[in-house]
Ligand binder design. Structure first.
Ligand code: NAD
Length: 313
């Protein structure tokens, strides 16, 4: 089994590389380090089944030899990243996905596109089943990410239907865990960094908006199961336990033992009010559901952040 992981030096990609190696696969990790880092996979570089290649998937990519599976995870994912890199985000969602599909077609490989719950936008259906078409503002600041992924989904579907490529879609809901960057702007790493530094935790709006967060180990187990199936998706993967952003911040204060207080800042434009996956399909098809409790996942993530050098933000 030979696997190509695009975006393999990022947060999710690096955990996936590890998981695929543990499955006995040979792993080729392609990354341009736009938002990831070779440090995320440094511990894998002595493994003879692992190779890291610095390349941009929006440029022409040639992979010699056979490939059985392409996990297309390259894309900025945190709002502060895709607001900083709007064109790169659109390009990797469109041209990058096109190149990844071309590679899968050439090699007769299965391809899994890492899509996102953001294709549902600020949803008017709650919880979100795969059949919901979404409520996305194409010209809002988040449009570059949301529409890039929606375009990627359309291209995967076209390659599946007209080119016979075994191309499939997972829609990933908010995932957290070790190797998130302390300054990547997503709520959990931001709260943990602020709590460990004794700074106020910046809760957006009044904090009543909800999120459903999945520990990376659970998510990766779901991706591996999905990749090993022949299901086309789209399939939601995420943890259906829904929490308010305010309660996430309060739990971070408890888990870190911090004396930080909460402070309330403006809501980002088009911030979704609610977010919760309907995971019936993943349960029925893969027998998958998240196992790790929020408190255990949070404790493990805090333990990892304690070893990281944190800078005030
Ligand atoms: P990340 O920013 O840590 O990882 C993305 C990786 O892609 C980085 O290593 C980056 O350098 C690489 N990359 C970006 N553009 C590239 C290009 N043109 N060529 C090669 N590499 C490129 O983000 P993440 O959280 O690990 O997200 C990974 C994937 O999962 C993304 O596609 C994201 O949309 C999707 N996703 C993540 C979440 C989540 O909660 N983490 C939720 C939904 C979807």
């Amino acid at each position: 089994m030979r696997v190509v992981v695009t975006g393999g030096a990022g947060f999710l990609g690096s955990h996936l590389c590890e998981a695929m190696l543990a499955e006995g696969a040979e792993v080729l990790c392609l990354d341009n380090f736009l938002t990831g880092s070779p440090a995320n996979v440094a511990h894998l570089r002595t493994d003879r089944s692992f190779r890291l290649v610095h390349c941009d998937i929006t440029e022409f990519v040639h992979v010699p030899g056979s490939v059985d599976l392409v996990l297309h995870f390259a894309s900025p994912a945190s709002p502060s990243d895709y607001l900083r890199f709007p064109i790169d985000t659109l390009k990797v969602g469109a041209i990058g996905t096109w190149h990844a599909l071309g590679l899968a077609k050439e090699k007769g490989a299965r391809l899994v596109l890492a899509s996102t719950s953001e294709v549902y936008g600020d949803p008017q259906v709650h919880p979100q089943p795969e059949s919901y078409w979404g409520h996305v503002n194409p010209v809002g600041p988040r449009g570059v990410y949301d529409e890039g992924k929606r375009y990627g989904e359309a291209m995967v579907t076209a390659y599946r239907n007209s080119e016979g490529v075994d191309a499939a879609i997972v829609r990933i809901f908010n995932t957290y865990g070790p190797r998130m960057r302390p300054h990547d702007g997503r709520a959990i790493p931001t709260f943990i960094r602020q709590a460990l530094l004794g700074e106020p935790l910046t809760v957006a709006g009044n904090g009543t908006q909800t999120r459903s967060v999945c520990h990376v180990d659970d998510l990766v187990a779901g991706i591996v199961a999905f990749a090993g199936s022949n299901h086309p998706g789209p399939m939601n993967l995420g943890n259906p336990d829904e929490m308010s952003v305010r309660s996430i911040a309060e739990d971070v204060i408890t888990a870190t033992g911090s004396s930080s207080q909460l402070t309330f800042v403006d809501l980002p434009v088009d911030d979704p009010q609610v977010r919760r996956p309907d995971t019936t399909l993943a349960r029925e098809v893969l027998g998958w559901q998240p196992r790790m409790s929020w408190h255990e996942g949070l404790d493990r993530t805090v333990a990892w952040f304690r070893q990281v050098e944190l800078e005030a933000g």
